[in-house]
Design a protein around this ligand. Structure first.
Ligand code: ATP
Length: 304
């Protein structure tokens, strides 16, 4: 085999609870991840060196050198195997770059799965998860897919039971937001407000809504502690969120560190209507309909 293609989904955070700032500069999180049907595609082809090319959505904003998270993942896997493997990776991006949907982490996860297959390593998921956690805290979930709660920095994962399918509309913004800047702004706002930061916990109503497949209850339970910071840094998001609520979204929130906004709809038809209204209102660079949860990356023929 000299070429493997893997399709990998974006994520939205259904709950992102940010605990107090730790001594190591990270925060303890409770992060309910949900994989949705916006996919990047990564093709790994056998080659002597390690190279990457990026095509599609905002490709010019993604590094094509050793800083690319997919190349870092491939190098880490080769290191783990103790061999000097080579690969050429072609990434076709549909996940918005620096959009709070973990596109870079998704590409890293896809590269791990593709190279594991290409190089015939046959490593089990647990080994790939360990390598993934060293690359970034969102990478282990990108390998897993579905819906899961992450604790620690988000990397300790427990899959969650979910009934049915949820329908989403995503409003993409012009330009990205740096995750580090959004966390710093969150710390600044909390300090300025004299806020005593509680230990983060998974919200029981949210877990119950997922188990029951109850979109209305899920919409009411969505929460993101980074949202005030993202809105402070990008004032236009307040208008985007308000427009989605006004057009009947069951829930509206900033996805991760933003600036993408996520809106929950009651059905596929409701999602189409909501997307049309948001387009008409001109509150986003682009509007995408998706559903979740979807499975994580697997090698093999990419569905049409
Ligand atoms: P998260 O939701 O995990 O905070 P994000 O979705 O906001 O992340 P990404 O799209 O993952 O952000 O990109 C963050 C930065 O990482 C970008 O500015 C980009 O330069 C860099 N990067 C490195 N490799 C990749 C990649 N394969 N795809 C996208 N961005 C990458």
């Amino acid at each position: 085999m000299n070429s493997v293609t893997v399709r990998v989904p974006a994520k939205v955070n259904l709950q992102l609870a940010v605990g107090p700032l730790r001594d190591d500069g990270y925060h303890d999180l409770v992060n309910v991840f949900h994989a949705v049907s916006i996919f990047d595609e990564v093709t790994a082809t056998a080659e002597t060196g390690m190279t990457v090319r990026v095509e599609g959505e905002s490709a010019d904003q993604v590094p094509e050198d050793g800083d690319n998270l997919a190349i870092r993942a491939a190098s880490a896997l080769a290191g783990h195997a103790g061999r000097s493997y080579g690969v050429n990776l072609v990434i076709r991006k549909a996940i918005p770059v620096a959009g709070g949907m973990a596109g870079g982490s998704a590409d890293a996860a896809a590269a791990l799965v593709a190279c594991n297959e290409l190089w015939g390593l046959g490593l089990p998921l647990e080994d790939l998860m360990e390598i993934a956690a060293d690359i970034g805290s969102d990478v282990p979930f990108a390998l897993l897919g579905g819906t899961a709660v992450g604790t620690g920095r988000g990397e300790r994962l427990t899959p969650l039971e979910v009934s049915g399918t949820f329908h989403w509309v995503f409003a993409l913004a012009e330009g990205g937001l740096s995750t580090a800047t959004v966390y710093a702004e969150c710390d600044r706002l909390r300090e300025a407000g004299g806020e005593r930061v509680a230990w983060p916990r998974a919200a029981e109503p949210l877990l119950a809504a997922l188990r029951a497949g109850d979109a209305e209850a899920l919409g009411a339970a969505l929460s993101n502690d980074l949202q005030p910071a993202a809105v402070m840094l990008r004032g236009s998001l307040a208008r985007t969120l308000a427009a989605g609520r006004e057009y009947g979204a069951l829930g509206a929130l900033v996805s991760g560190s933003g600036p993408t906004c996520a809106f929950l709809a009651g059905s596929a038809a409701h999602a189409s209507e909501l997307a049309a209204s948001l387009k008409e209102a001109d509150v986003a660079r682009d509007v995408i309909i998706a559903h979740g949860p979807v499975p994580g990356p697997v090698p093999g023929p990419v569905p049409a």
